[in-house]
Structures are given as C-alpha cells and as structure tokens.
Design a protein around this ligand. Structure first.
Ligand SMILES: [Zn+2]
Length: 341
C-alpha cells in the first residue's frame, strides 16, 4: 500500500516506468496501475480525508502533483511512440538514403549487338541493310544461286523442309537475299543482309540448328576482286578494332566464280594460340565474284554488270571476340551466359 512517506520514491518509479514503456499496451497498463480506480495515485487521494487536518493540505498538493506528472509523462511518451512509428513507416517508403531494391536490367543479345555493329560499319561504307524471309522458296535459296536440284552442294546444307510440294525451306543461308536484292534494286548498289539461318544437322560446340550470317552484295560496273579484298579488309579492321591481315585461298561456292575462302590474321596472338590452332590464321568467310548465272537469275545483265558477294557467320564473330567455346550458348537461353554482355 502506497503511503505519503513514499511519495518521492513513487514519483521516481512511476515516471521512469512511463518513460521506458515500450508501446501503447504498456502505457495503458501503467495508466490503469496509477490513475484509475484502485490505482496508486487514486488510493493516495482517497487517503487524504483520513489524515490529520494539518497534514491534508501538503498531502493533497503532493498527490495531485504526482497525478499531474504521471498524466503528463503518459501523454508525452504516447506522442513519442507515435512519432517513432510514423518515422519508421515513412522510412520504408521515402528514405532516399536507403539502398535501392535490386532490379534486373536487360541487355541486348550478343548477336544483336554485333549485328548492329556490322550494320553501322557497312552503312558508313554506303551499304543498304536488307531483310529477307526466313521461310524461303527453293528457287531463292538454291536454284537462283546456281544450286540446281541435283547439285552436290545441297548435301552440305542439311535443309529443313517446310513444305516439299510448295518447295518451301527454312533458308540455309542469307544468300537468297542477294537474288531478292537484284530483282528489286537497280544497279549499281551495295547491300548487306544479316539474319538467322537454319540447318538440319546434329548440334555440337561448333554446329547449331539456328545461327546467324551476314551476306554482302555489290553490283556495279567494273567491280573486281581488288574491291572485294579492300572491302573485307576495311570491315575486319573495324570489327576487330585493329589492322587485320587477310589471306585469300581458292574456295568453291556455286554462286561465285572465282570463289575464295578468306582467312583473317588471328586477332589474339602474334605467334599462334588455341583459337587459331597455332597457325595465326582463322578461316573466316566465303566470298567471290558473283557468278554470271546468278546475275542472270536476278535479272541483271552479266555483260554489263559485275559484282562481288561475301557471307560470314556472326556467331563465329562473337565467339572469336569473346573467346566463347560453344556456339550452343547463343540459343540456350541461359541468363547466366547472356547477362555477361
Ligand atoms: Zn591465335
């Protein structure tokens, strides 16, 4: 039972407990314990009439002051807790100093990146960028490119047939765009056609059913092999960002005559490395002077016009540049691979 002798101790204890109350529940409990019926302060006040008349005044002042102080402390602590709560809530939404929630940012596929780069280099050289259908007629994919039905070259390009009666294939190369360009454009012209191509073959580290090529075609008067070599050297120098030696070897492609295989000086070494199999040369692209049959198939007079064409793998280019050892990564859809670019 609280007594007036203890007033100072009760005051200290009461105020400390209120100041340290952890929340609304605790404050409500303290309010009951001190101020309500049967509580510490209320009981003291109830004692006053029983005291000696001379003591009543001081007792009344003391008890009422304690009551006021406890009430004041409760209100102050309530306010304090409310402010802390608001600050906590506001902090979650608006605190600019907190680290941001991590967000995933996309990136362009490495093939898309290199395709854009190739397009920029060639458009700077005056080329137009063309697109062609991925589902193509046999005529454009083979016949017009000097690959008739019985030609052995067809066996090297394992073809996905969409509809054999209608002669529809998934294009095995970007070369059919050459014919479409000749049909629609008036020479002289320069075009490139990057895009997806498809081969029905077993997939391994260097073979994929879907891959990417860029085709180039220049038709004009007196276009010759020197122009072709100059163009490829210029392009490869840009794409590898350094002066690049190229070497031409005779190569056979039905749609060019003469045809060449182009080797590029290995961009990774001076005296041989794993990428170039210690030869310092990397076999890179096929090219040549457009075969008269092909010009004719495209409606262009080979007596008046000549041209060169080249085709190269874009996957191969990205693989060389980033030393990627398996072509299947490109279409694999693994974000761990793709987010590196
Ligand atoms: Zn090398």
């Amino acid at each position: 039972m609280a007594s007036f002798d203890d007033l100072e101790r009760l005051r200290e204890e009461g105020l400390t407990r209120v100041r340290e109350a952890a929340g609304g529940e605790a404050l409500r409990a303290l309010e009951r314990e001190y101020l309500e019926k049967g509580g510490v302060v209320t009981s003291l006040l109830a004692e006053i009439p029983k005291l000696e008349p001379t003591a009543r005044r001081d007792a009344g002042i003391g008890a009422n002051r304690l009551k006021g102080e406890i009430e004041g402390a409760l209100a102050a602590r309530r306010e304090e807790l409310l402010e802390a709560e608001l600050a906590r809530e506001a902090g979650g939404a608006f605190d600019a100093t907190l680290p941001a929630a991590p967000s995933q940012r996309g990136s362009l596929h490495p093939i898309t990146q290199v395709t854009r780069e190739v397009e920029e280099i060639f458009t700077a050289m005056g080329y137009r960028v063309l697109d062609g259908p991925e589902v193509e007629l046999d005529f454009y994919n083979f016949q017009a490119l000097n690959i008739p039905a019985d030609h052995p070259a067809r066996e090297h390009q394992d073809t996905f047939w969409c509809d054999e009666e209608q002669n529809l294939v998934l294009r095995t190369q970007t070369s059919p765009v050459q014919i479409r360009a000749m049909e629609t454009l008036e020479p002289p012209f320069r075009v490139i056609a990057p895009g997806r191509v498809f081969r029905n073959e077993a997939c391994d580290a260097t073979h994929e059913h879907t891959f990417h090529q860029v085709e180039g075609l220049v038709v004009g008067e007196d276009v010759n092999v020197g122009h072709l070599i100059g163009t490829l050297k210029g392009f490869l120098g840009e794409i590898f960002r350094r002066e690049t030696d190229v070497r031409l070897r005779p190569g056979f492609f039905p749609f060019v005559e003469p045809g060449f295989e182009v080797d590029v000086r290995c961009p990774f070494c001076e005296s041989g490395c794993r990428v170039c199999s210690d030869t310092t040369w990397i076999e890179y692209c096929g090219c040549g002077m457009v075969h008269p049959h092909v010009l004719r198939a495209g409606g262009i007079d080979p007596e008046r016009w000549s041209g060169f064409a080249f085709g190269m793998g874009l996957d191969r280019l990205v693989m060389m540049r980033h030393r990627i050892d398996d072509i299947r990564h490109f279409m694999g859809g693994d974000l761990r691979f793709l987010t590196q670019f």
